[in-house]
Design a protein around this ligand. Structure first.
Ligand code: WT7
Length: 637
């Protein structure tokens, strides 16, 4: 048996946390270079960090050369070649599951990479991946990284319109997709959605189709190829492309406060170091553990904590194709027992949805393999936290409430397994290397505890976003211009007497629905596409399962249609423009919107009405037409 070196960056106690935290602040470059040393670099960096938040420009491990897939795969072959890298659980519990060893995954990634090359993709080209949660999705992502192509995964719940917008913005040369997909009781015609999207995308030359459902699909001659045909023509080995630390690894689109989604850019070196380091410490993964993150690879959580973070540490990571309630609300727990899952990472919205089905489903399974439970995506309310802790964790598992963002690339504020404080509804302390602060309205730092403010980061960390694709100014304005010399998260937070952070939620026009992020303007744009609509305003409101629901105030044109028909039509417009996840929960038709004299919609008022607190509208003296508010309050649902 070949000896495995223990990972040098593991934090093993609270004392260790405190020492490392102090080191990371006093000597950030020394702290991060010690960690980076443990990876495989084709050429070492000259300088650890260059940064300037004004521009903004951040470079980590300057001039270092590497390929992240050598770190995820090749370097494990000798010691972990026969260890399971990936376990795949299909949507239908009766279908056969799959297990890939590190060697098998390595082989599949190499062959997929050769298929990409054979179809004209090379270093720097953008590849859009629109696929169900099947092993080929992970393989395709890593295959891109292997040859230096930039992957842009689009969640397969987005509509053809939303997909086309993302393909166009990235100028993707290729799309990788599947024939169809299963998700719970639903079937989705994935390839047909791609075909529709490509009607408006000129940049795409090739579409690689992976077989999943074996449905008949339309294949465009000269453009579309089947993966299983292509792979017959390629060799087994694909050398890993040499990448600069700051070369693009991927683009991932997320919503901001304007109508247009933005392509968050992550680069190779820093992202590798940070996702590996944070995975190991937050989940306290041990060599023989089985780790399961229930997110979709279409979101950052899937990128960082299904694929890269776990594989970089030689972990066994699970991938689940289905949904928590199919075929019944015990599915998560059944799967935990089936594979002996040790770390389980999910979203508060899933916990609340399962809570609503009662504890019996949980108690049908032992769950005795669980060691650490995690949550991500939105604040977890205390009720859900306790339910998770008591019924799932049997009060034996620390809950890591992990706060982070697409832009941060990795977990920023969280407990480290049992080694740092765990308090209901609190993300907790920052990881070593992370320097958060709270600012007041004037942008001054709040030093005291038991205060609330805007959450910012005072110092760069390796996986901070580098730009927004094709629009650096947007990156600067969104994250680096509100307050000088800090990264602005867009979240508000409180710090308790012990310095633990509690995230309150967004302070911008972004709403978080079941952990999915939308700009209110993005949903308004979609609604306004409907021919019957004059104008709309969207706000979030508290929703018992989704965290926030979508409340749309809509002004209609004169229409002969009935109100109920219009409701349905407008909902369909949202599904068509964005996807089913963007359906408004409540639609209120109004004759006007509360505006200031300068024409700005007063969202604060709409929010209060949506929250069911019309008596707390606050100052309405700048309103152009107070009667409008009275009508809205009366008509509220
Ligand atoms: C926003 C980022 C990070 C992966 C999933 C979402 C909210 C995220 C937490 C948490 C409270 C959280 C924030 C953040 N958020 N995690 N543990 N507690 N709020 O990624 O789509 O980029 O959204 O999600 O508001 O800004 P995202």
């Amino acid at each position: 048996m070949i000896e495995r070196k223990p990972l040098p960056y593991r934090i093993r106690s609270f004392e260790d946390y405190q020492t490392k935290y102090a080191h990371s602040v006093n000597d950030p470059e020394g702290f991060w270079s010690d960690i980076a040393e443990s990876f495989h670099w084709q050429q070492k960096w000259d300088k650890v960090l260059e940064w300037d938040f004004e521009k903004p420009e951040v470079k980590w491990f300057v001039n270092g050369k590497l390929n992240i897939t050598e770190n995820c795969l090749d370097r494990h072959l000798e010691t972990r070649g026969n260890k399971i890298a990936l376990i795949w659980e299909p949507n239908d519990p009766k279908e056969r599951f799959e297990r890939l060893t590190y060697r098998e995954l390595y082989n599949r990634v190499n062959r997929f990479a050769n298929v990409l090359k054979r179809n004209g993709v090379g270093k720097g080209d953008r590849v859009c991946i629109y696929m169900p949660m099947i092993p080929d999705l992970t393989v395709a992502v890593l295959a891109c990284a292997r040859i230096g192509a930039v992957h842009s995964v689009v969640f397969a719940g987005f509509s053809s319109h939303a997909l086309a917008d993302r393909i166009i913005d990235a100028k993707a040369k290729m799309v990788i997709t599947s024939d169809g997909m299963y998700r719970g009781a639903k079937e989705l015609p994935v390839k047909r959605i791609v075909d529709e999207a490509l009607e408006r995308c000129d940049s795409v030359e090739k579409v690689v189709v992976v077989e999943r459902t074996r449905w008949a699909v339309n294949m465009v001659d000269g453009r579309d190829v089947w993966y299983h045909d292509e792979v017959e023509h390629v060799g087994d080995d694909c050398p890993a492309e040499q990448m600069d630390s700051e070369d693009l690894l991927f683009i991932l689109y997320t919503s901001g406060s304007t109508g247009r989604p933005k392509g968050v850019v992550h680069t190779c070196g820093g992202y590798m170091v940070y996702t590996a380091y944070s995975f190991l410490n937050v989940f306290q993964y041990e060599e023989s553990d089985v780790y399961w993150c229930t997110a979709d690879v279409g979101w950052i959580t899937g990128h960082s904590y299904i694929i890269y973070g776990p594989l970089l540490n030689g972990a066994t990571t699970m991938m689940f194709e289905g949904v928590p309630t199919y075929p019944d609300p015990g599915r998560f727990w059944q799967v935990c027992d089936k594979y002996g899952v040790n770390q389980f990472y999910t979203a508060p919205t899933a916990i609340r949805a399962l809570m609503a089905h009662g504890e019996d489903h949980v108690y049908s399974y032992s769950l005795n393999s669980l060691k650490v439970l995690g949550t991500v995506g939105e604040p977890i309310n205390e009720e859900a936290w306790h339910w998770y802790n008591i019924h799932v964790g049997k009060e034996q598992c620390p809950i890591v409430d992990t706060w982070w963002q697409t832009e941060t690339g990795g977990i920023m504020i969280s407990a480290l397994g049992p080694h740092s404080p765990n308090k209901p509804s609190h993300a907790g302390l920052p990881l070593p290397g992370i320097q958060p602060a709270l600012l007041n309205e004037k942008g001054e730092e709040i030093e005291e505890n038991e205060q609330e403010g805007y959450l910012v980061m005072k110092f760069p960390w390796p996986s901070i976003l580098r730009t927004t694709y094709g629009d650096h100014e947007r990156c600067r304005v969104t994250y680096f211009s509100h307050y000088k010399n800090v990264y602005f998260t867009g979240d508000g937070a409180k710090r308790d007497k012990d310095g633990l952070y509690r995230i309150i939620g967004r302070v911008d026009d972004v709403i978080n629905v079941s952990g999915h992020r939308f700009g209110t303007a993005e949903i308004e744009n979609a609604i306004n596409q409907n021919d019957n609509v004059v104008e709309s305003a969207v706000v979030g409101y508290p929703h018992h399962i989704k965290g926030q629901g979508i409340y749309a105030y809509i002004i209609l044109k004169d229409s002969t249609d009935t109100i109920e028909n219009l409701r349905g039509e407008i909902t369909e417009t949202c599904v068509k423009e964005i996807g089913p996840i963007a359906k408004p929960d409540k639609i209120q038709f109004v004759s006007g919107l509360p505006k200031t004299r300068s024409g700005k919609i007063m969202r604060r008022i709409l929010r209060k009405v949506a929250e069911g607190e019309p008596d707390k509208l606050g100052d309405t003296s700048t309103l152009l037409d107070p009667d409008v508010v009275e009508e809205i309050v009366k008509g509220a649902q």
